[in-house]
Design a protein around this ligand. Structure first.
Ligand code: PBG
Length: 324
């Protein structure tokens, strides 16, 4: 008779569980997405994302300093412009809200954190699409690349260490890399939103940036049914020179995240998006789940699936918990 195997032995005491734990979440692995709104006179809480704010340039600076002090690994900045147009001019304008706020943060924080910026047009266009439109109303891939190139250069000049193209246009990584290099910005990195799905769970984010989108993004973001296609997207982005690749959303796509982590030779990020945040916050408010445990479990699971870096609206709070 062979001995009864007892995996429970390794769960007997907190010290034992601590010793054998396979996955760690550290503050340095967490990136805080932040929103800055042009012309805002005070920070405004986003109703579908309790605890997350549309910042003024001033309140953004203060909150960013606190985030860095809490130990987060980086900041991903989104801008909410006062005026939008068909081509998203506010995104390429060096004085546009996102670029101005990037300059503020770089001046305040220097190289003490990794400053990242959303390199996408949806916040800046009056139609809300991530690119510019062709005459027939479709999103014009190659015309959009030209704008992304300009936008990336503006963001890098403003102070971004890393630009984050999130528009899912074909060829965006190579185009942006070339534009940055041509401008002498060889040291600016690219975090490619490589596998980004057309998700219903971006809903609260659209409130956060006051998105004007009427339709959907299904001609450029991926079908939730497809996993193999994500690997193709990642391989293309790697070949085009991505410095990091991302899967988004996170929790609903852990299988994709695992598959991407297995083929990527650069750091892999996952974006725990607004709807993931809102679901846990809402359930916790109702007393249906334990808030802190749920948040830490979700972050641990994203790391376990293969993410080196997690973008999460809980970055600061989680960093404080993890450091105590
Ligand atoms: C596009 C962008 C989106 C998010 C990040 N970048 C919205 C979209 O694709 O519709 C969503 C992030 C979130 O939901 O937290 N610039």
């Amino acid at each position: 008779m062979y001995p009864l195997h007892r995996p429970r032995r390794l769960r007997t005491t907190p010290a034992m569980r601590r010793l054998v734990s396979e996955t760690e979440v550290r503050p340095r692995q967490l990136v805080l997405p932040m929103f800055v709104k042009e012309g805002a006179s005070e920070a405004a809480e986003i109703s579908s994302m309790p605890g997350v704010y549309q910042h003024t340039r001033d309140s953004l600076r203060k909150a960013a300093v606190e985030a860095v002090q809490a130990g987060v690994g980086g900041i991903m900045l989104f801008g909410v412009p006062a005026v939008r147009d068909a081509v998203g001019s506010g995104g390429t304008d060096p004085d546009g809200i996102l670029n101005a706020a990037l300059a503020d943060l770089r001046a305040e924080l220097g190289d003490s954190t990794v400053l990242m910026s959303d390199c996408c047009l949806d916040e800046f266009t009056d139609h809300g699409h991530c690119g510019v439109l062709a005459a027939d109303g479709s999103v014009d891939n190659d015309a959009t690349l030209e704008v992304y190139g300009e936008m990336a250069v503006a963001q890098a000049r403003a102070g971004a260490h890393v630009v984050g193209p999130s528009g899912m246009m074909d060829g965006q990584i190579a185009f942006i890399r070339n534009a940055l290099d041509a401008a002498g910005l060889q040291d600016t990195g690219i975090l490619a939103y490589a596998a980004k799905y057309a998700s219903a769970f971006y809903g609260p984010f659209r409130d956060a940036v006051e998105s004007q989108l009427a339709g959907d993004r299904k001609t450029y973001q991926q079908d939730p049914a497809n996993a193999r296609e994500a690997l193709r997207e990642v391989q293309l982005d790697l070949a085009e020179g991505a410095d990091m690749v991302m899967v988004k959303p996170a929790l609903l796509y852990l299988d994709v995240l695992r598959a991407v982590a297995e083929i990527s030779d650069v750091p892999v990020a996952a974006y725990q998006i607004s709807g993931e945040y809102a679901m846990i916050e809402a359930a916790a408010r109702n007393g249906w789940i334990d808030r802190e445990r749920s948040i830490l479990e979700s972050l641990t699971s994203i790391r376990r699936a293969g993410a080196d870096i997690v973008l999460t609206y809980w970055a600061v709070e989680a960093a404080r918990w993890l450091d105590r």
